[in-house]
Each structure stands twice: as C-alpha cells, then as structure tokens.
Design a protein around this ligand. Structure first.
Ligand code: P53
Length: 480
C-alpha cells in the first residue's frame, strides 16, 4: 500500500461535535438546542423533530456519552494515540442558552476553558467549529432560524464572545459545519440542523428552496462578519469554511450525464465559492433569478462577503456521488436527491454509504484546483456495528477503510502537491450519530459501552484500531 511521510506539523487527530458527545444537556444553565429535540432513529427510520422536549421520547443527545463529565479521561485516551489536534464544537446553548440572551453564561464559557486547558496539557491543538447542528431551539422556533436577518447578529455575538474568551487557547476555527448540506432543501433534518428551519406542513418545494437560499445568504454574511471580527481579535487566527464535499461523476459516458454532474456540483460548490471568493457564482445568480426567489441580498452584504473570505477550506469526506440524467433534467435541479444513482463499482456500508477511497484523492485535487487554499480534512470514517468479544473489539473493517483513505490522501499530498493541514477522522470515540441518533453506528477508536436503547455503563475501551492509528501518527503516516 502506498504511503508517504506527511509534512512537519501535520495535524493528525480526530473530530467530534459538542451535541453528539457531551450530554449534560440541561447542566450549567445550558439551553435547549435543535439537537435536543431530535429523537432516536435507525438506518431506515428518520429521526423525529419534536416541538420542544416532549415527555416519553428518547432524545439520545441529552446524555450522549457524558463527555461533559468524562472529558479528562477521554482527552487522556486520545492523547494516548498521540493526537496533535482534536476538533470539537462549542455548544451555542451553553454560552447563550436561548440565543437571544444579552449576556453569555459564565458556566458555559468556563467549561470550554477547562476543556481547552486539558487538551493543551497534552500538546493537543483545539480545532473549533462555532456552529455544528446545535442552534438554540428558541431561535429556530421563534425567529425562523437563519431565514431571519436578526439571527446574523445573534450568531456574530456568540462568535465574538468565543473569539475574545479563547483567543490565546484556540487558533483554528470554522464557522458553519457542512453548510452545503442544505442544498437538499426538502430534507427536514438537514434544514433544521444547518439553518434552524422548522418547515410547516403543506409548504411547497418552491417555498422551501426560497427559504434555503435566504438562510444560506444570511449564514454567508454571518460567517464573513465573524471572519472579519476574528482577525481583528487575533490576526493569527485561521478561520475556515466547512463543507461536506463529495466529488460528483456521471453514471454513464453520455453528455447528458456529464452535464448533470457539472450542474450538480455547481449547486453544491456554490456554498464554498461564496465563502472563498466573496461573491456568488454566475450560475447560481442566474438560477435564483430564473426561479424568482429574490432573497434579501443588499449591496452592503456584498461588501461584507468580499471582506470576510476564509483562510482555509475544511471538509468532510465520506463518499463520492454518482448521478444519472434518467429521471432529472440538468436544467431543472430542483431536486438534487433524484439525480443520485447507485454506483455499481463501489461497496456500501451497513447504512448504504458508498466506500470510495480514491474519491478522497479526487476531492483534494478538485478543491485545490478550484480554491488555491490550504485544505483540512476534518471528517472521514466508517460508521459500523462493533462486537465486544472477551472484552476486546476487533475492528479490521475500520482499519481497512481508514488505511485506504489515508493512502489516497498521502498520494494527493506527496504526488499531487496538495497543501493539507491535517487529518481529523470522525468520532475517534464512539458518539451519537447525527443522521440517525444511534449509538450503535460507531466510528470510534475507543468503544463506549452504551447502545441505541441508552443501556450501558459508559465504560471506555480501546479497539484494535486504537493501536493501529497510534502507529500511523507515530510514523507521521508512513506505517499504515
Ligand atoms: P452520521 C449527512 C451527510 C453527510 C454527513 O454522520 C453528515 C450528515 C448528517 O448526518 O454529517 C456529518 O453521524 C456531520 C457529523 C456526523 C457525521 O457526518 O449520520 O458533520 O455531525 O456525525 C457522520 O453517521
């Protein structure tokens, strides 16, 4: 298997999000977030988004793996693999419980002070997402989330408080996690997690798409303002965007499929285009115009977008996307999901996610060619069922997946010259799945004893992959 030494200072580590592991959902004055009103689902059953926290429902994020009370033990275990960096998010509702509060909560700020100190004790660099699927529920329910211009101010206030408080503890920031997920504007889960939009029954697809373009625009402005303020607070900050990147390819060699693949990619890349170039791509301006969506975009907004462009491009990579024009006209991209086809050359995980290591090399090349900025892989991995046998967890499938992806990543760096900041695979310690709310969809190097029903003593056990990944880091990527 191909391997190459990564550059000096390469950030090996892992990535999580506050709401998926902290638990303690109402401790220290924390408010209710959109993640707190999502029930448990499964590979086939979507999570339900309830109107507030209702009795008798199973909300897995409420307790998660109780990282809030176990973080010292957990950071120590991660440090045992030689982690150089650890990505997590700051739960917005620990700092501003309702989102529109005048003053931040000291208890929330203190928790992250302690967490970052603990990481620095082991030489682990924090990589921090400001908004990772956990907007205050109050902003979603009573303000319409990011469809409301006021939410820009609430987010910017939150960002500014965090930048000021942690200016000497955190250098690497990201504004919005996977901001491009909402391109699937008729998916209730993705709209709630990205933008705090809770659709009312009976809304048409056109109304949903219009809401998405408006929310995305306000997020771009909020992100650009945060970048500007952050750089003033500490000029050494590196503030990035974050997308869920999936290289798109045609199912057949037909020109219709090729055109569709390009159009599909345009509709997803536009989220990163705006944050890197500080302006909307022509194709999207034309699309919005043609569909008469007319989002509120002011001249002043356009100046802000230009002034607040990002320092680097962070992305998650799980799978590539294959599209077919059989059911979709490339001039009518109102339902991107309908264009997606099964790629017959790839295997799939138990949750139907296609496994495509070479897709990661393609992603690194595409993003470098398009943006000419440093890249950062801040998620990658395989969600899988694990079995405990005699107290041990043998997970060769996870090692195999990661090994192949790291090898392709190393080709992109060593052969293709990609400027890559680091590799932070998803969920180094088992946590609650975002998509399904399950515990049994596991990504971790560290097993956490808790199942989908919420049963287990929360004990932590290193899996075989733990010792394998330690070797990879120790050898700076040469010993796969
Ligand atoms: P889970 C959808 C598509 C791709 C990535 O996902 C996604 C989602 C939302 O589920 O989420 C990212 O847990 C996200 C993480 C999430 C991870 O991928 O559904 O940034 O919060 O946990 C894996 O298996």
């Amino acid at each position: 298997m191909y391997s190459a030494k990564m550059p000096e200072g390469f950030l090996w580590g892992g990535a999580v999000a506050a709401h998926q592991l902290e638990g303690a959902w109402d401790v220290g004055g924390k408010g209710v977030s959109v993640a707190d009103v999502m029930t448990v689902g499964s590979a086939t059953k979507p999570r339900e988004i309830t109107d507030g926290v209702l009795p008798g429902k199973n909300y897995p994020n409420h307790s998660a793996i109780d990282f809030y009370h176990h973080y010292k033990e957990d950071i120590k275990l991660l440090a045992g693999m030689g982690f150089k960096a650890f990505r997590t998010s700051i739960a917005w509702t620990r700092i501003f419980p309702n989102g529109d509060d005048e003053q931040p909560s000291e208890a929330g700020l203190k928790f992250y002070d302690d967490l970052f100190d603990e990481m620095h004790k082991y030489g682990i660099e924090p990589v921090i997402t400001l908004s990772h699927f956990e907007m205050p529920f109050n902003l979603a329910k009573n303000y319409g989330g990011f469809t409301n211009r006021k939410t820009i101010d609430f987010f910017v206030r939150f960002a500014e408080v965090c930048f000021k408080r942690y200016k000497d503890k955190v250098k690497y920031w990201m504004t919005f996690n996977e901001i491009d997920n909402q391109s699937a504007f008729n998916n209730d889960f993705l709209m709630a997690t990205n933008s705090g939009i809770l659709f009312k029954d009976g809304m048409t697809d056109e109304e949903k798409e219009a809401a998405m373009y408006q929310a995305a625009h306000y997020e771009f402005v909020a992100s650009a303002l945060a970048v500007k303020i952050g750089h003033k607070i500490n000029p050494d900050f590196k503030i990035g965007l974050m997308i869920n990147y999936s290289p798109v390819r045609p199912l057949t060699p037909s020109s219709a499929d090729a055109l569709l693949a390009d159009k599909f990619e345009q509709h997803r890349d536009f989220f990163s285009d705006v944050q890197v170039f500080g302006e909307y791509p022509k194709a999207i301006e034309a699309y919005i115009e043609k569909h008469c969506y007319r989002p509120d975009i002011t001249d002043e907004d356009r100046v802000v977008l230009k002034e607040g462009t990002v320092d680097y491009v962070a992305f998650s990579y799980y799978q590539s996307t294959t599209v077919s024009s059989e059911k979709v006209d490339p001039d009518d991209l109102s339902d991107l999901a309908k264009a997606v086809a099964v790629n017959p050359t790839l295997e799939r995980s138990d949750w139907g996610w296609e496994i495509d290591p070479v897709g990661l090399r393609l992603a690194l090349n595409h993003l470098t060619d398009r943006y000419h900025l440093p890249l950062f892989i801040v998620e990658n991995g395989l969600g899988a069922y694990d079995k405990v046998e005699d107290g041990k967890i043998h997970d060769p499938y996870r090692i195999d997946y990661l090994k192949k992806h790291i090898s392709e990543m190393e080709k992109a760096v060593a052969i293709d010259g990609v400027d890559l900041m680091g590799y932070l695979p998803w969920g180094p310690i088992d946590l609650v799945s975002a998509g399904t709310g399950q515990m049994d969809k596991r990504y971790g190097f560290i097993y956490v004893n808790k199942n989908d029903a919420g049963v287990g003593d929360l004990s932590r056990t290193p899996k075989d992959s733990y010792f394998w990944y330690k070797k990879v880091i120790e050898s700076n990527g040469t010993d796969l």
